[in-house]
Ligand binder design. Sequence first.
Ligand code: NAP
Length: 355
Amino acid sequence: MLEGLNLSHSAGDGVAKAEERASDEEVRPEIENVIIIGSGPAGWAAAVYTARADLRPLLISGNEIGGQVATTTLVENYPGYDDGILGPDLVEKMQAQAVKFGTAVRIDYVTEVDMEGTSFGVKTASGKSYRAKALIVATGASPRKLGLPEEERLTGRGVSYCATCDGFFFRNKELVVVGGGDSALEETLFLTKFASMIHVIHRRDQLRAGATLQRRALAHPKIEFIWNSVVTALNGDVKLESVTLKNLVSGETRDLPADGLFVYIGHLPNNQLFLGKLASDELGYLVTDKLMRTSVPGVFAAGEIQDHRFRQVATSVGQGVAAAMEAEKYLANLEDRSYPDAEDVRQLTPAALAA
Ligand code: NAP
């Protein structure tokens, strides 16, 4: 079984194939067709498509399999799941599907990407080196931090960015959530299962979140909104004890006792590997065209590393699919093959179909 890879979902013969592929490290080609960096929805979607195109993709997972969606609770807006599906379950299904079609997965973290030369070099934290003719970058984005002096010290000691991971520890406790977007409200509603009271701190007096989440949160008896306010300090020696709030209208400050603080104020792109190598916008997101091509031929990007507008599981999946199809086309051109393969096209002629 792939180390660290949870394939407990019944993936059918995919599991057998995964095991077969898991032991194929030594028989990998010297130069891979395509390496996918990242294991969020965009990465898995790209893996499913490149695998089904017989490109034998290699996917390098990053530190957390599944990216952000693996840390959320119920995903209610991914088409096809009318009752919703838990984020970790959705990732597991995507993973099983990609493996079933022949994706080789490495639980590893890319530390260096070399874009000089005729193929791309990829080095990982475990000391492995790979080369590939094409890359699909799906490294996603990570939660933005408040940037307060005590934030790092108190992370894991009351301060968290993941309600799904840490909510359980706050049974009957008083919590603070910062943010007014979909994530803040969705996770606040989840935290009501555990907390006795949740104060949502928002810097304006209007929420950014969608109407449904707003309605549910505003009506919830365990949720109090504190408007026009920001957190200016985190207080506590061994663990978080209170937060200092500043009202941006009156200028008043006060301390609010809190056992936990959950921060949901947006994201930053995971672009460190590509600084100075791939073009990015003023916010640091990779620039791609409609065909998911980055500024370097053969390097494609999909998901939140290049999209700070839509940021949905469904849009990331779509972008991953597009990147995979374009990577396939790029490889066909590189190898002077037609795309789709001439043989396949012949098989699809009306005469062939009628035969
Ligand atoms: P977001 O929509 O960018 O919202 C970030 C929130 O944090 C905003 O309310 C913003 O305030 C606030 N904020 C930003 N910087 C701040 C700072 N330094 N101090 C205090 N507050 C700060 O981020 P998100 O909620 O993570 O959502 C990201 C994307 O994912 C969105 O497109 C969202 O629709 C999507 N998403 C969808 C769902 C769903 O459909 N169920 C669930 C989660 C996320 P302002 O409003 O004043 O800017």
